[in-house]
Write a protein that binds this ligand. Sequence first.
Ligand SMILES: [Fe+2]
Ligand SMILES: [Fe+2]
Length: 270
Amino acid sequence: MKLLFLGDVMGRAGRRAITDNLPRLRQEWKLDFIVINGENATSGIGLSGAHAKTLLEAGADCITLGDHAFDQKDMLQFIEQEPRVIRPLNFSKAAPGKGARLFTAQNGRKVLVAQALGQVFMKRPFDDPFSAVEPVLKTHPLGGQAAAVIVDMHCEATSEKMAMGHFCDGRASLVVGTHTHVPTADAMVLPGGTAYLTDAGMCGDYNSVIGMEKAEPLRRFITGMPRERFIPAAGEATLAGVYVETDDRTGKAARIAMVRNGGLLEAAAP
Ligand SMILES: [Fe+2]
Ligand SMILES: [Fe+2]
């Protein structure tokens, strides 16, 4: 299968890059299944139901969220009606929606997508992501009912993401990090056959501070004082993420390639 995972969509610039480019890339790259992290698609904070629909209509087969999962309050209801949106497994015991789900790709094959939140340097304490992911992988062995397994590890620390990659190695087709909004350059296939990238980066305007218009973040770093609200940067966005080809028999990764399309970042394509 040909899988595409795109990192955190940041505000209007990110949404526009998705709607303008994803339908074409889906054709060009013959993609079977697309996952988009949507946790910042609405004004940089959370995801509204309306914007979730925008991403789904542009070609997302699944949308993952993150620590900002329910910052747009209508997502509390929307996620119960729209099974293509999932939130982290370990967000909160009281959270609506699911943290993992088996999807059917357009070619009829099943794809499991799961998301977990890390614990290191995160603003809120979350439960252990490793014990959250374990039963999901056990229930859906790779190459069984699930032709592909994708794990979105949403956290700050590169070490924690890399540990999750090795934890899932041989049991997932792809483990990819999200949340930091900066792509890392370590796309690889781990020894057990799991494609891995520490962070997918964001789908947003990189002439910014992690997607926010840079004046206010700079002011806060320089003076230590807030003055205005953060606003998502509005210039041309780069679509950033990762492309993976899996072996149809085993579900393991045959190939991984970084994706950077449009905007300021140096281009990369499968
Ligand atoms: Fe996040
Ligand atoms: Fe994010």
